[in-house]
Ligand binder design. Structure first.
Ligand SMILES: Cc1cc2nc3c(=O)[nH]c(=O)nc-3n(C[C@H](O)[C@H](O)[C@H](O)COP(=O)(O)OP(=O)(O)OC[C@H]3O[C@@H](n4cnc5c(N)ncnc54)[C@H](O)[C@@H]3O)c2cc1C
Length: 419
């Protein structure tokens, strides 16, 4: 009997890739250390972020960065000790912000965003997980209409991508979301953007569906590869055990480049660390998921509990968390949710797997014929997981797909950052 396809990483990208391949009739084994909280997928803001087609780097980024960095608890922070190692990534990041690149990147983001609901639907149905999705609208909050208008090219990209939206003035907004305080006077409602009640519950539902379909899950960490000529024939675990493989999918989130390096591919992947706070008895419960644009902040109602999530910190996978950044999320939430109760709060930090151009790599390895890469989804990994899984299944079954995958190729990072 043929060895299975081995998927490395059990976050949303690995789980959805495993499920999509299983749906095409492939035998699949998933390998993950089984420490759910380590995955970015565990702690995210739960948004199926339809219409989020704005790359992080844009023509005005260089001008804005000093202001962000001046505030050590602002929406973006860099641990300066890591600057030498981060520099090649930052150079590529700034180069991705040239106007011609922004337009192309946004079009590629739009192609993925357009498929969020279409590609998730069958997986949610198979997993019986439809009830975990809460419908929109999502509310993007602004201090004022002027703050909204200052979004300029960012908002134009969303409109160009066809995002359905409604502008809400103070009266309309407060009628729709009475929990908001007076500091918020303008918002945009996006009806197509839904959210997951609790990302961990969705992970568990997808995992159960995969197992019920005959999928095998191995608890362990992949440390190397068994090879014959230019093929991988197995994943070697840290224990020394080998999981035999006909093909391998690397979907190990922010840790993926450690594995690609073993196969000769150097990839500019960095961790964009983010934080969350979960309030068990918040005292006020918004009706909608919301984000506060200027503060890099999102808010997710989770039944009785409320999750505050966001901020970007460039450090490393190993640097200890700065819990003041998580506490700052509470301070921000208090400014627009009067009466918020923060007793019993739990804190979490996770690693967004980020490539400099805000797009993932979904492609074959350059030197190893039967290895597929699926990582680097940055701020959009929950949203784009089902579609990524479908593209991975296309590669694994050598089926031509209906989406242009050129923007997700590994080769775009060939050569040094400064060339
Ligand atoms: C604060 C915050 C808010 C966010 N909000 C949203 C949102 O609202 N919407 C959205 O779409 N996205 C959001 N994201 C981004 C999203 O969470 C990530 O893009 C996504 O979870 C990445 O999924 P992944 O499967 O690639 O990686 P992960 O979820 O990190 O999973 C990788 C898995 O691989 C395992 N692994 C690593 N190395 C190995 C190895 N050697 N062997 C075996 N297994 C290994 C890890 O332990 C982990 O389980 C947010 C992220 C953060 C941090």
């Amino acid at each position: 009997m043929n060895a299975p396809v081995v998927v490395i990483g059990g976050g949303f990208i690995g789980l959805c890739s495993a499920l999509q391949m299983q749906r095409r009739g492939l035998a699949v084994t998933l390998v993950d250390p089984g420490e759910a909280e380590r995955a970015a997928s565990f702690g995210n803001a739960g948004q199926f972020a339809v219409g989020e087609v704005v790359p992080l780097s844009g023509p005005d980024t260089l001008r804005k960065v000093p202001g962000w960095l001046a505030d050590p608890l602002g929406p973006l922070a860099i641990r300066w000790r890591h600057l030498p190692r981060l520099t090649p990534w930052l150079i590529r990041f700034l180069r991705a912000g040239r106007p011609d690149r922004v337009a192309a990147i946004s079009a590629a983001m739009a192609a993925l965003c357009d498929r969020i609901h279409l590609d998730y639907q069958p997986l949610l149905d198979a997993a019986g997980a439809q009830a975990l999705v809460q419908p929109g609208p999502h509310l993007r909050l602004y201090g004022s209409r002027a703050d909204f208008e200052a979004e300029g090219w960012r908002w134009q990209l969303r409109v160009k991508a066809g995002l359905r939206h409604e502008l809400l003035d103070r009266a309309a907004l407060h009628a729709l979301e009475p929990t908001l305080g007076e500091s918020i006077t303008f918002a945009v409602a996006s009806p197509d953007r839904s959210s997951v009640i609790e990302p961990l519950r969705l992970m568990r539902a997808l995992d159960a569906c995969f197992r019920a379909g005959g999928g095998e899950v191995v608890t362990g960490s992949v440390a190397g590869f068994r090879r014959e000529a230019n093929h991988v024939t197995g994943a070697i675990l840290a224990t020394g055990d080998v999981v035999a493989a006909s093909q391998v999918v690397i979907a190990a989130g922010a840790w993926s480049n450690r594995l690609t390096a073993l196969l000769g591919d150097r990839v500019p992947l960095e961790s964009e660390r983010g934080y969350h706070v979960v309030l068990p008895q918040p005292g006020v419960m918004p009706r909608h998921s919301m984000s506060h644009v200027a503060r890099g902040f999102a808010l997710l109602p989770m039944g009785e509990r409320l999750r505050l999530a966001g901020t970007v910190e460039l450090a490393s996978l190993e640097a200890p968390p700065n819990w003041d950044r998580a506490r700052r999320l509470i301070d921000t939430a208090r400014t627009f949710l009067p009466g918020l109760q923060t007793g019993g709060a739990s804190f979490w930090m996770g690693h967004r797997p980020s490539l400099p151009d805000s797009l993932p790599i979904i492609d074959r390895a350059s030197q190893t014929a039967n290895v597929i890469y699926a990582f680097g989804h940055g701020h959009m990994g929950l949203s784009w997981a089902a579609t990524t899984g479908r593209l991975v299944a296309d590669l694994a079954t050598e089926t031509p797909g209906n989406l242009d995958t050129t923007p997700f190729r590994l080769a775009r990072f060939a050569g040094p950052a400064w060339a």
